[in-house]
Design a protein around this ligand. Structure first.
Ligand SMILES: NC(=O)c1ccc[n+]([C@@H]2O[C@H](COP(=O)([O-])OP(=O)(O)OC[C@H]3O[C@@H](n4cnc5c(N)ncnc54)[C@H](O)[C@@H]3O)[C@@H](O)[C@H]2O)c1
Ligand SMILES: [Zn+2]
Length: 450
């Protein structure tokens, strides 16, 4: 039912933004040298976690071609056996640069799982574990999770339980995986009864984020991932928010940069392009390197990773600060459930969910109409976000299902300014209904101007 992970948060009050927890944690930007190139590297470390969490996320174009020396640097001494877990389509596109730096006798074995959420299940984990055992993987072996969030979640969970836990490295290939799912240590699979119901916290040994991989990503997937970057700007990083505002054409190709806008009164003005959802250009490879500026996208990815790194470093198990990452997700998850996970990509559902959360923040007087307009317009500018049909009361009841699982308290993340948030527990169904209705009105208005 819910897309997020199950959380052990019941009854624990949120840590105010920017306070608490950070004393025992750090997320710093370092610069490491490999083959003359300087690679921005973000450290994710939490002294208070048990076992302690400490790994780095390197972010740059072209990282894939230097994978082997980077892995060797992580594992001094005897070279461990490595196993890539990926999907056939990703491997077909990228195996050459992936393998380029491996010596002939050190090439990793490759294990496949088919693409798609439906393969994020225990049966896949069992099958992969069986293949690992047959291939002689031992406690020192390292898994390389090469794919989007599905591959990352399955591989991380496989690593968490194979021989009671082995090491893995993340090499995320979707924007969502680069800015979100490859960080934070949540791993797991779905049950028929709901998403992400089986899982474990297991942090990677390192994450190598190669921006070039995004060049083959369908553009709808790219824009969907950008919604998580916008969320990072809204909840934590006003500078990232401004950068996204000022560099839209560098970050998404200008021909798809649609700019419907909401006035301070939430009226839509400009025209929105025909939605593509998963149907039209979602399947078209995004191969033209001139379509977006790699340096601009690298900045966005780096800043978004820094936000998540700082937040999870402060709060590994989501007892407080980490909850702010759920901005837009309460209603977003309800939209995904109401549309049976078929109509919208995750980031697209979060985009509408964020607009609902902004309405609620505006209605409570926590943001000004001008702040509302800037944030809602940025979300829409990185669209088009496909519309959907749902009864607002049904959406509210779906968020209540979430509430039950958290000892009756529904945590809700409000915006309190650009780059600032607050987690509250007293949002009523009536407030949520009003905000959801307002979001649906915005959506219909955006359809009318098309
Ligand atoms: N662990 C976490 O903290 C966390 C956070 C958010 C989401 N998630 C999970 O992530 C999953 C969604 O991840 P996703 O959005 O990355 O989707 P995904 O992994 O399903 O990938 C989307 C599609 O893009 C394709 N693809 C991936 N990389 C590509 C590339 N470079 N070029 C061309 N095609 C490529 C995939 O084969 C797939 O068809 C969900 O299962 C969700 O629950 C986990
Ligand atoms: Zn999300």
């Amino acid at each position: 039912m819910i897309q997020g992970y199950h959380r052990n948060i019941a009854g624990i009050p949120p840590i105010p933004h920017g306070m608490g927890g950070m004393h025992t944690a750090c997320a710093t930007v370092l610069s490491l040298r490999y083959h003359k190139a300087t690679v921005p590297t973000i450290r994710v470390a939490t002294a208070s976690a048990s076992p302690a969490v400490d790994y780095t996320v390197a972010i740059a174009p072209g990282l894939l071609r230097t994978l082997y020396p980077r892995l060797r640097k992580l594992t001094p001494g005897k070279s461990p056996s490595t196993f890539v877990v990926t999907s056939p389509a990703i491997w077909a596109l990228w195996h050459k640069p992936f393998l380029a730096s491996f010596p002939k006798d050190k090439k990793p074995a490759v294990l496949f799982l088919p693409a798609g959420e439906s393969h994020k299940r225990l049966a896949t984990v069992e099958s992969l574990a069986q293949q690992l055992a047959c291939a002689g993987a031992d406690r020192d072996s390292i898994l390389l999770a090469f794919g989007g969030g599905v591959v990352g979640d399955v591989t991380g969970f496989l690593a968490a339980i194979y021989m009671r836990g082995i090491r893995y490295v993340g090499i995320p290939t979707t924007l969502l995986a680069q800015v979100d799912s490859s960080l934070g240590g949540k791993t797991g699979v779905n049950l028929l009864a709901g998403k992400n119901l089986i899982g474990s916290f297991h942090h990677p040994l390192a994450v190598f984020t190669d921006i070039d991989l995004l060049r083959t990503l369908p553009s709808a997937e790219l824009r969907s991932g950008l919604q998580e970057a916008i969320k990072a700007g809204i909840i934590y990083d006003a500078k990232l928010f401004r950068y996204l505002e000022q560099n839209t054409n560098k970050i998404i190709e200008s021909k798809s940069a649609t700019q419907p806008s909401l006035s301070a009164k939430s009226a839509l003005r400009k025209e929105q392009r025909t939605p593509n959802a998963k149907g039209t250009d979602a399947g078209a490879p995004h191969l033209d390197s001139g379509m977006w500026d790699s340096a601009a996208l690298q900045k966005v990815v780096t800043a978004s990773v820094r936000v998540k790194a700082e937040v999870v470093a402060a709060d590994e198990k989501e007892s407080g600060l980490r909850m702010i990452l759920n901005f837009g997700h309460t209603v977003g998850h309800a939209i995904e459930a109401a549309t049976h996970y078929r109509k919208l990509l995750h980031g697209e559902a979060v985009a509408w969910g964020s607009i609902a959360a902004l309405h609620l923040s505006l209605n409570r007087g926590r943001i000004t109409p001008e702040e509302f307009a800037r944030m809602a317009n940025l979300i829409l500018r990185y669209g088009p976000i496909p519309p959907f049909k749902a009864d607002p009361a049904k959406l509210v009841s779906l968020t209540s299902a979430d509430k039950k699982k958290r000892s009756g308290r529904r945590a809700f993340v409000l915006a309190t300014g650009i780059g600032r948030t607050e987690v509250v527990y007293d949002v009523t169904d009536a407030e949520l209904l009003a905000a959801t209705r307002a979001m649906l009105t915005d959506m219909r208005a955006s359809e009318r101007v098309r």
